[in-house]
Ligand binder design. Structure first.
Ligand SMILES: Cc1cc2nc3c(=O)[nH]c(=O)nc-3n(C[C@H](O)[C@H](O)[C@H](O)COP(=O)(O)OP(=O)(O)OC[C@H]3O[C@@H](n4cnc5c(N)ncnc54)[C@H](O)[C@@H]3O)c2cc1C
Length: 386
């Protein structure tokens, strides 16, 4: 009898997307190996630095309808996913609050117009609540008396990114995924597997030349006593910022958005902008303790959409999650897992089958056939005779 030593799937990149895809495939009973260049914590991923806000309506100010719909659907899916993980992850669906200083009041109608133009009616209906000054204080007591107006987006959410990465790592172990931490995979020496799923984020640039990084910088501060209960976004013409409160008085303050793949530490200018803006939202941030200033690059494709790219053979690339990874990954990963399973069992083996699959997929806009990156089989032969 000949038993293949190859796993069904090799997932390359164990940041946000790779962990979720690997965990779900293993949950479906497949043999999965995961390769991550960084450590088990995920500290080399964009996912490590992110604020992990799940805000499809607020993001509609700058995102197209596809992203908003992916985000809205994913927000419904997150609780079910989190319930299956072996460790608890902080998740809340307590809304986002949008505020602005009086001098920046011209930003508010612009923001509202963009939302109304870009977001589907069902999200706007009851999802965008105008607040007068006293109502701002009623919604978010810490900000009482500080803002004359605001918007409450009551259905939005957030989670703790680092708790999620840890819980997924525990989930991978529980489901028997073969994990290779601190293992960088080279495109010329792919690990043995029947199907390869490339979730390397910006690390896939050598085979995805149109992929680019968009730098983001954040501050993590400890600020006991302020007590914000939901992410607060400050409208500003130059320094739009958010303050995302996590558990135990931890706040993630972010984020800059700068074209380029600069992974160097946070600049003085950005630190000043982030921290000053937070101080302007609540002066008690002046006494907060800075735990971390950090930067990472968001993996971004030219159209700012995520993509599932099949090479026509045995490789699927999942990339382009840009600034919406947490917000959309349940739907994107779900679609990737279904497609990868179809590749494995031969339901999709040629262009016609791919076209049929795409036409019937829930998120057909995500699928691309990209034969440009088909390469010779650089895998080691890996069959075991027993
Ligand atoms: C400052 C900032 C704030 C953000 N805030 C939010 C937010 O509030 N809400 C939201 O939804 N999204 C947010 N994001 C976006 C989100 O973090 C990304 O969209 C998401 O992390 C992308 O997931 P990914 O798995 O594709 O990439 P990553 O999370 O970057 O993971 C890719 C992994 O691949 C690994 N890798 C790379 N090359 C190799 C190799 N050769 N071999 C092995 N492993 C490799 C890397 O080490 C990494 O762990 C933010 C991002 C940033 C930078």
């Amino acid at each position: 009898m000949t038993i293949s030593a190859q796993p069904d799937f090799a997932v390359i990149g164990g940041g946000l997307c790779g962990r979720l895809v690997a965990w779900q495939l293993a949950g479906d009973g497949h043999r999965v190996a995961l390769y991550e260049r960084g450590d088990v914590s995920g500290s080399q991923a964009a996912a490590w630095v992110a604020a992990a806000m799940l805000a499809p309506l607020a993001e509609a100010a700058s995102a197209e309808l596809l992203i908003t719909r992916l985000g809205a659907a994913s927000l419904e899916t997150w609780p079910t996913l989190l319930d299956q993980l072996p460790e608890r992850v902080f998740f809340q669906r307590n809304g986002s609050l949008i505020v602005w200083h009086h001098s920046d009041r011209a930003e508010a109608p612009l923001f509202e117009r963009r939302l109304r133009a870009n977001a589907p009616a069902e999200l706007l209906d009851g999802g965008l609540v105008a607040l007068a000054g006293a109502q701002v204080g009623a919604a978010e007591p810490a900000l009482g008396g500080r803002f004359n107006q605001g918007w409450l987006l009551p259905h939005e959410g957030q989670l703790d990114n680092r708790q999620l990465l840890a819980a997924l790592a525990a989930g991978l172990a529980a489901r028997g995924v073969e994990t290779h931490w601190n293992t960088s995979v080279d495109d010329n020496a792919l690990p043995a597997a029947r199907i390869t799923i490339d979730c390397r984020g910006l690390g896939a640039k050598p085979v995805m030349p149109t992929l680019r990084g968009i730098r983001g910088e954040v501050a993590r501060v400890h600020a006991p006593g302020i007590g914000l209960t939901r992410p607060v976004r400050l409208l500003h013409p130059r320094y739009p910022l958010y303050i995302a409160p996590k558990e135990n008085d931890l706040y993630v303050i972010g984020a800059t958005e700068v074209e380029g793949e600069d992974m160097s530490p946070v600049s003085v200018r950005s630190a000043l902008e982030l921290l000053s803006a937070a101080f302007s939202v609540h002066p008690a941030f002046g006494e907060a303790r800075i735990l971390e200033l950090n930067s990472q690059c968001r993996p971004t494709l030219p159209d700012h959409r995520p993509a599932l790219m099949w090479d026509g053979a045995s490789t699927l690339r999942v990339n382009g999650l840009y600034r919406h990874g947490y917000m959309i990954v349940p739907e994107v990963a779900g679609e990737a897992v279904r497609f990868a399973s179809a590749l494995l069992d031969g339901r999709v083996a040629d262009e016609d089958a791919f076209a049929d699959w795409r036409n019937n997929a829930r998120w057909r806009e995500l699928f691309q056939l990209d034969r440009g990156h088909i390469r010779g089989d650089a895998r080691p032969a890996a069959t075991l005779n027993v």
